[in-house]
Design a protein around this ligand. Structure first.
Ligand code: MF3
Ligand code: CO
Ligand code: CO
Length: 253
């Protein structure tokens, strides 16, 4: 579970490639595009420009490069040529790049066209949940501190935290131990140690926290049909705090 400086170098390269996929796709996320086209552009970029591997392809039978989760879809939305983005949609694009045996896993939200304030606010507060969680990561803190930071910020904004899906250890294995819960009590759970690498990927709902999975076996939606947002980063724990391996240029930590 603890990685050396050299192993974290490999993770940094994979993480940067994943971040660059999200940067590349950003200008294409506009009304009228299909989620299938977004997926194909990400696939081509990873395979032909980055000379890397789209880790989602073939993962437990999944066939696409990204997950594209629109509006009430919480996670694992499957790109589809008939799913055309429209004004005021919100969409999460989640991508994992595999490079030299290391995984980089990240996602971001996009508001499509001009969004209504309630959607903008959900997207912004969910990103704040991720950032507040990142701020607590350092050796000697506990995994429960991460969950608590997310839950406190979400609930103080009258949103709910999805409990069935969580962040995860990551490295040569895509979904490794430990589980990183997005709710919890401070000072509980595993102690964080230098050299750990894991994702934090809170899913925050406007309404109920309860989920349902569609008959395609992948798409996870809110039970009440209200919108959901998610942001994800892959981190490495450093001596003093953490390094955000999937940081995009627009972000500063
Ligand atoms: N990237 C997702 C995560 O954050 C997992 C997607 S698995 C897939 O852990 F098969 F749906 F792509
Ligand atoms: Co993940
Ligand atoms: Co992901």
């Amino acid at each position: 579970m603890i990685k050396t400086k050299e192993e974290i170098n490999g993770m940094r390269i994979a993480g940067q490639l994943a971040a660059e996929v999200l940067e590349m796709i950003t200008p294409f996320v506009v009304p009228g595009i299909s989620t299938e086209e977004l997926d194909q552009r990400c696939h081509d970029y990873i395979v032909n420009t980055q000379n890397a591997i789209p880790a989602n392809v073939g993962y437990k039978g999944y066939e696409k490069t990204v997950c594209s989760s629109v509006n009430q879809v919480i996670c694992h939305g499957i790109p589809n040529k008939n799913k055309i983005l429209k004004n005021d949609d919100i969409i999460n694009i989640d991508v994992t790049v595999l490079k030299d045996g290391w995984h980089g896993d990240t996602s971001k939200m996009f508001t499509v066209g001009k969004s209504k304030p309630h959607n903008e606010r959900l997207v912004r507060v969910t990103q704040e949940c991720l950032y507040k969680a990142i701020e607590v990561v350092k050796p000697g803190a506990f995994l429960g501190d991460i969950g608590n930071a997310i839950q406190t910020h979400a609930e103080s904004n009258h949103y709910s935290v999805v409990e069935e899906y969580c962040g995860h250890g990551i490295g040569k294995i895509y979904h490794d131990e430990p589980q990183i819960l997005h709710y919890g009590q401070p000072g509980t759970g595993l102690e964080i140690k230098e050299g750990m690498c894991f994702t934090i990927e809170p899913m925050i709902n406007l309404g109920t926290k309860y989920t349902k999975t569609l008959s395609d076996g992948w798409t996870v939606e809110t039970q009440d049909g209200r919108n959901s947002a998610q942001w994800e980063h892959t981190l490495a724990v450093t001596e003093a705090g953490c390094e955000v391996l999937t940081r995009r240029k627009e972000e500063r930590f």
